[in-house]
Ligand binder design. Structure first.
Ligand SMILES: Nc1ncnc2c1ncn2[C@@H]1O[C@H](COP(=O)(O)OP(=O)(O)OP(=O)(O)O)[C@@H](O)[C@H]1O
Ligand SMILES: [Mg+2]
Length: 466
């Protein structure tokens, strides 16, 4: 409860309520005041007209005439009040029965309370009257009953306080409801951040789909959490890779060196063993470097050196580089390099990715290690550049296509060929860091690997708007 009172929404509701209350009070006060002014003016006019009439009678026929008129007028029921008394204060004519000493003594406009017989006995009512002293000690009191105004005042006052009370109730209630729903959502975020702090990165902030600012905040938090989780998983995978996939070759290297030492064959076998050791160490270094490149790409700390790349020229360069290798295997390597297709990215990384795809096509693109055609092409579709490398070898089964993009995954049938299983993982990492993707399609027969990249990306791999 206390937490609720301390929320910003609740305080805001209170402030708004106070402001609105003041404004409403001002408006009601003004209306009341204006109504009063109008009513008073009307009252004044009525009394004034009454006085004028009586004055005329008095001037025309003196005291007697006045008393007669007053007596006459007193007969018609209404809110007009009259009294004519003689010098000793006895009533001569009029409908006012008893008057106080104060009223008797005063002169001019007076407000007073008088008694009048009503349904429930005598009732005290408010009146406004003018008191005149006439010759011979006579007095004339002319006025009107203004009890209705007192009632009106009372009604307005009670309506005002009732309204204010109701408003306070609604304001507090509304503030309470809004604050509580907000608090529930904030509490959900707090709860999630607690579970995340304990190390469980899979938690996500609930999004209610209302599209409000809290939803937007939650969505952004979730994107952030997604990214953090990816990075953490990536880091864990790299350490796992180092622990498992690099330990075996290192052990092998060590055992071979040991075995060579145990051999007693002179300098020649030693030399051979050393050469093989260097070869394997080079492979290991290569694998290490590949692994590091992928990790850096996934963490978003590589590929910062972006430039405008002429895709056609790049394809030409890489294809030229691999032509001899393809020729050696009796394969044809052709390229359909378009002109005027540009890409903003790290040239070296894109080149490396393309090289890895062509290398795979040469390595696995022919069933029997002879023949086969490899084709490299590029096209721009809706601001997305697609570089395709297709071969007509055995291809990859549908179920393996996702799997081989992972680090160190090599298919059983390829084990005889050299490789560490990092080539496609690097291609995927390059694609990802540029906000693109790698697709492996069936070339019927063969494999068609598509590197699909948005023409322009911002630095952290998400597609930029332009
Ligand atoms: N064009 C292809 N045709 C058939 N299989 C392929 C093709 N490209 C890749 N593969 C399969 O996917 C596996 C993973 O490829 P990847 O390029 O990641 O590793 P690699 O070629 O074995 O080693 P590296 O590229 O690191 O030298 C390969 O071992 C192979 O089994
Ligand atoms: Mg490869």
């Amino acid at each position: 409860m206390l937490k609720l009172f301390r929320t910003t929404t609740f305080r805001l509701a209170l402030i708004l309520m106070a402001l609105f209350g003041t404004a409403a009070a001002g408006a009601i006060g003004y209306i009341y005041w204006q109504t009063n002014v109008l009513l008073s003016r009307q009252l004044e006019q009525t009394i004034e007209a009454e006085i004028q009439g009586l004055a005329e009678q008095y001037r025309a026929g003196g005291m007697l005439n006045l008393a007669k008129t007053v007596a006459n007028r007193s007969l018609t029921p209404g809110n007009s009040l009259y009294l004519v008394t003689n010098a000793s204060g006895q009533r001569v004519a009029g409908n006012l029965t008893s008057i106080s000493q104060d009223l008797w003594n005063s002169v001019g406009r007076v407000e007073f309370v008088y008694d009048r017989p009503g349904q429930k006995g005598t009732e005290s009512r408010l009146a406004l009257a003018s008191v005149f002293r006439l010759t011979g000690g006579f007095r004339l009191i002319v006025g009107r009953d203004i009890e209705d105004r007192r009632v009106f005042e009372r009604v307005v006052r009670s309506a005002f306080f009732l309204g204010l009370g109701f408003m306070a109730l609604v304001g507090l209630g509304g503030g309470w409801v809004v604050s509580r729903s907000l608090l529930t959502r904030i509490d959900a975020v707090t709860e999630i951040s607690r579970t995340i702090m304990t190390g469980d990165l899979s938690g996500r902030v609930p999004v209610y789909g209302s599209g409000d600012e809290l939803d937007r905040l939650s969505e952004n938090l979730n994107v952030m959490l997604e990214r953090i989780e990816q990075l953490m998983v990536g880091m864990r995978e790299v350490s796992d890779n180092i622990a498992h996939d690099l330990k075996t070759p290192l052990n092998r290297l060590r055992n071979r060196a040991e075995a060579a030492l145990r051999e007693k064959g002179g300098a020649k076998p030693y030399r051979e063993a050393l050469e093989r050791t260097i070869e394997e160490a080079d492979d290991l270094i290569k694998t290490f470097n590949g692994l590091l490149s992928i990790a850096r790409l996934e963490a978003g700390t590589a590929g910062e050196a972006k430039e405008e790349i002429d895709v056609g020229a790049l394809i030409q360069d890489v294809v030229e580089l691999y032509e001899p290798a393809a020729e050696d295997k009796g394969m044809s390597l052709t390229a359909n390099a378009p002109k005027g297709v540009y890409l903003t990215a790290d040239r070296q990384l894109i080149g490396q990715a393309l090289a890895n795809l062509i290398d795979n096509a040469i390595k696995y693109g022919s069933d029997d290690d002879v023949g086969g055609a490899i084709h490299v092409s590029a096209a721009e579709i809706d601001d997305v550049i697609e570089i395709t490398v297709s071969d007509n070898g055995p291809g990859v089964l549908e179920k393996d296509r996702k799997r081989i993009l992972k680090r160190f995954v090599r298919l059983e049938e390829s084990r005889s060929r050299p490789g560490s299983g990092l080539g496609l993982a690097l291609v995927a990492a390059v694609a990802y860091s540029n906000g693109g993707e790698v697709r492996l399609d069936d070339n019927k027969p063969g494999l068609s690997a598509v590197l699909s990249l948005p023409r322009k990306t911002n630095h952290n791999g998400t597609v930029g708007t332009q």
